[in-house]
Design a protein around this ligand. Sequence first.
Ligand SMILES: Nc1nc2c(ncn2[C@@H]2O[C@H](COP(=O)(O)OP(=O)(O)OP(=O)(O)O)[C@@H](O)[C@H]2O)c(=O)[nH]1
Ligand SMILES: [Mg+2]
Length: 252
Amino acid sequence: MSDAFSEKEMKERELFADLRVFPPFAVRIDGRGFRRTLDLLGLKKPYDERFARAMANATESLFRESGLNPLFAFTFSDEISFFFSEIPYNGRVEKIDSIIPSYISSSLTIQLSLTNPAAFDSRVILLGKEDIYRYLLWRQAETWRNHLSSYGYYTLLRYGLSENDAALRLKSMKSSDVHELVYQHGINLAETPAWQRCGILIYREKYEKTGYDPIKKTEVKALRTKIIQEWNTPIFKTEEGKKLITRLISEA
Ligand SMILES: Nc1nc2c(ncn2[C@@H]2O[C@H](COP(=O)(O)OP(=O)(O)OP(=O)(O)O)[C@@H](O)[C@H]2O)c(=O)[nH]1
Ligand SMILES: [Mg+2]
């Protein structure tokens, strides 16, 4: 048998260990093969609030308990984007890209009492501060497209089309046609819950808590933070949406 690697030799092979990023940046994770994972769980299609709640709670638990300090996060379907303005793990990409998805996999497993393993892929996206808003516009547009096409898809399946035919048919349909098709089936896509159309934001909010100091015998004010799950996320393109995102980014 040949000699074992020395510590030094081994370290030389850890080629990616020095790969670093500097904030601000985003990390986006996406459930691997969740179509099947969620099917096996018997979750409602195209949207199951139980799943969305589990994703939002897993994200909130990362804010609370992982020691990571994201500025805020945005989630829809099986993906979550986290935004960072300070460097976790000295900016080491291997750490960031492994700890975040494994933390969320584990937290989601607990939330949903999964009996099959779940996994997420993960990527780091370098963003200037001014790019964060544009990135969010992009992901929210995807949230909307996903909303339209998944309602359209499942409606076509209910009409008896095969999965392949439904996917093909959907490709050739204009969005107004999809609206109409789904409407005929009793669902108005302009009135579905906001979280399905606009996604869910998770962020910290500072608030002042007034307490009483029994020694000084005076009222004292302390700055606390709470974590908000915004299920009524505004459309980021609107003034209201832009204002909210600008505020969240400025907390950096
Ligand atoms: N039943 C159900 N499925 C959901 C829900 N939200 C997301 N999904 C499923 O999650 C999938 C997410 O899309 P993708 O990420 O493209 O598909 P995937 O199967 O995870 O495949 P990869 O990400 O490429 O590994 C959707 O196609 C849905 O099938 C939900 O609320 N209910
Ligand atoms: Mg996926």
